[in-house]
Design a protein around this ligand. Structure first.
Ligand SMILES: Nc1nc2c(ncn2[C@@H]2O[C@H](COP(=O)(O)OP(=O)(O)OP(=O)(O)O)[C@@H](O)[C@H]2O)c(=O)[nH]1
Ligand SMILES: [Mg+2]
Length: 216
């Protein structure tokens, strides 16, 4: 069966409101983790944000929480070097993963991250969903497919979130989405809906909040 990978539908008002309330709750940077034994206790619902370096993970977390400086967003690719845990209200962790595919990273560093990432993705019982961020200008690259394969193997459902939609005109978005759908059809752990976002303009942010708020 062909999975369509449609754009996620706008949730109804009630859900949007519940999501707004959740994300209006207190958010705090809890800790940056470099090894499994540094992980906070898995005592609440958790989602993580993965994606190539510079794709906009930190910016998206800032936009979701409405706190500009929460997750450090920078112009320097590869700057988020740890698995960063943020608390959302008393009920959720938002997890900012180190960006991958940073060309200048030394091999030893890359291998260390890959090991930690693998351990995290396969060993975190409360991880409900991974959001894999894909730059709307570039579509899915081979390094994205690597992490998707890892998520398949770890049986972690992942949902693709397109970032920086403000930088791409509608007609080009259509082409990129076709490429994304084609690639995703090969990944059993891919959630069958996509989300278009712009952290800059706020597009898709209430929708993504709603998706997170309705996870159980
Ligand atoms: N135009 C536009 N720029 C964005 C958007 N989201 C992020 N950016 C820019 O993209 C750059 C990288 O954003 P980050 O949020 O730091 O990316 P990251 O994925 O956290 O990067 P690493 O932590 O290095 O892996 C910054 O200059 C952001 O301002 C967006 O929606 N629209
Ligand atoms: Mg970052």
């Amino acid at each position: 069966m062909q999975i369509p990978f449609t754009l996620a539908e706008q949730p109804d008002e009630q859900i949007i409101e519940a999501a707004r309330v959740l994300f209006a709750g207190e958010t705090e940077f809890l800790k940056g983790v470099v090894a499994m034994d540094g992980m906070p206790p898995d005592d609440r619902l958790e989602v993580c944000f993965a994606g190539r370096s510079n794709v906009g993970k930190s910016s998206l977390i800032n936009a979701l929480t409405g706190r500009k400086g929460l997750a450090r967003a920078s112009n320097t690719p590869g700057r988020t070097q740890e698995i960063n845990f943020f608390t959302l209200a008393e009920s959720h962790y938002l997890v900012d993963l180190p960006g991958y595919g940073y060309a200048n990273a030394p091999l030893a560093v890359v291998e260390k991250w890959q090991r930690l990432l693998k351990q995290y993705l396969s060993g975190r019982a409360t991880l409900r969903r991974a959001f894999v961020l894909v730059d709307t200008r570039h579509g899915i690259k081979p390094v994205d497919e690597e992490i998707m394969t890892l998520l398949d193997k770890s049986a972690v459902t992942f949902q693709v979130v397109m970032t920086k939609a403000d930088k791409v005109k509608d007609s080009d978005q259509v082409k990129i989405l076709d490429q994304v759908r084609e690639k995703l059809s090969k990944h059993p752990a891919a959630y069958p809906e996509l989300v278009m976002t712009s952290a800059e303009k706020g597009d898709g942010i209430p929708l993504l909040r709603s998706i997170i708020a309705t996870l159980t």
